[in-house]
Design a protein around this ligand. Structure first.
Ligand code: HPA
Ligand code: ZN
Length: 327
């Protein structure tokens, strides 16, 4: 089989801030005199107990991202890592809530810095980035409306998607219908985190109220045969992040992970890292786990790449350019 590290890849589910190397955050914290010692262990890795604690640590790390230059540097650091693992196309969740403490007035400056870094990375490393503006569920529907407005104002060739992340236990998806309607009207592709902690009913609710074409995670759908059939029939694409699910204790190991069962039942699956340094993972490791545990071969990866390419939130020209890189 081909070398899994150099195999050209697409990644549809990556949180830009969540991909920040711990050393990057630690150095900003030192420079800005912010005490973040509680979120790192002795070896300098992020440390958290469970999912709610992960969200707290995540938000604490974001507090040192206070200006556009930080995001410029962050974007370059993240894309450099992705490119090292063969990623040629990446969609990153960008959360205005975490830019300079949620300074929505300055959001365009942050976005300009991210976009400039993406252009540099494309020229120098051959990796294409597209942004998916993401609201944070536990910050509530009113904040999500404001974030949707940011998305409407900046939708274009670079900002191509809208999504929701955060704590699935907070607020019902119907409360975010307005934000998703606004994003859809702006021509953005739609995805929602569901079926990670919320169970199959959260996937049903995301489809019913938010009309998304992709689901972030979605793996708990495996618990509901009728839902599996519905996902397969509708061609809903799951952005599956096995390493994330295992690190957060949703499944004990890859052999217990439902990605293969879902795929065999006709659900369209893709694979991503979510927040690589938090989960001690990277795209090569994700691919290696699929090869080792489920005996995925070149043709299985190729099929998944086609699924990801079809589901990517990008224009036709970009899709054609990425397709060439996969040949
Ligand atoms: N789930 C929900 N919210 C998140 C995640 C996740 O895996 N990563 C970053 N924010
Ligand atoms: Zn995620």
């Amino acid at each position: 089989m081909t070398d899994l590290r150099t195999l050209p890849k697409l990644e549809l589910h990556l949180h830009l801030e969540g991909a920040a190397p711990p050393a990057f955050i630690r150095s900003l914290a030192a420079r800005k005199k912010v005490d973040l010692s509680k979120i790192f262990d002795g070896s300098g890795a992020y440390v958290y107990r469970d999912f709610p604690d992960f969200l707290r640590v995540y938000e604490a790390a974001c507090t040192v991202l206070t200006n556009p230059q930080d995001f410029h540097n962050l974007t370059l650091a993240v894309l450099e890592q992705s490119a090292r693992h063969g990623v040629v196309y990446s969609e990153a969740f960008l959360s205005p809530d975490f830019c300079g403490g949620g300074d929505l007035i300055a959001w365009r400056d942050y976005l300009a810095a991210i976009e400039a870094a993406a252009a540099t990375a494309e020229a120098e490393m051959g990796i294409t980035l597209r942004g998916c503006i993401t609201c944070i569920r536990h910050f509530g529907p009113e904040k999500a409306r404001q974030i949707a407005r940011c998305a409407q104002e900046t939708a274009g060739p670079f900002i191509t998607g809208f999504g929701i992340a955060g704590d699935e236990a907070q607020f019902h998806p119907r409360e975010f219908a307005y934000a998703f309607d606004a994003a859809r009207e702006a021509g953005l592709g739609l995805t929602a985190h569901a079926g990670e902690w919320g169970g199959p009913e959260s996937v049903r609710a995301a489809l019913e109220y938010l009309h998304v074409t992709r689901i972030g995670h979605g793996v708990r759908a495996v618990e509901d045969e009728a839902l599996i059939a519905h996902l397969a029939e509708r061609g809903i694409v799951l952005e599956v992040c096995p390493g994330s699910n295992i690190a957060l204790g949703l499944y004990p190991d890859m052999s217990a992970h439902p990605i293969e069962t879902l795929r065999r039942k006709g659900v369209l699956v893709t694979v991503s890292t979510d927040d690589p340094p938090f989960f001690h993972t990277d795209m090569t490791r994700e691919y290696q786990m699929l090869a080792d545990t489920f005996d995925w071969q070149d043709e299985d990866f190729a099929q998944m790449h086609q699924t990801a390419l079809n589901a990517a939130f990008c224009d036709t020209r970009t899709r054609a350019a990425i397709a060439k890189k996969l040949e």
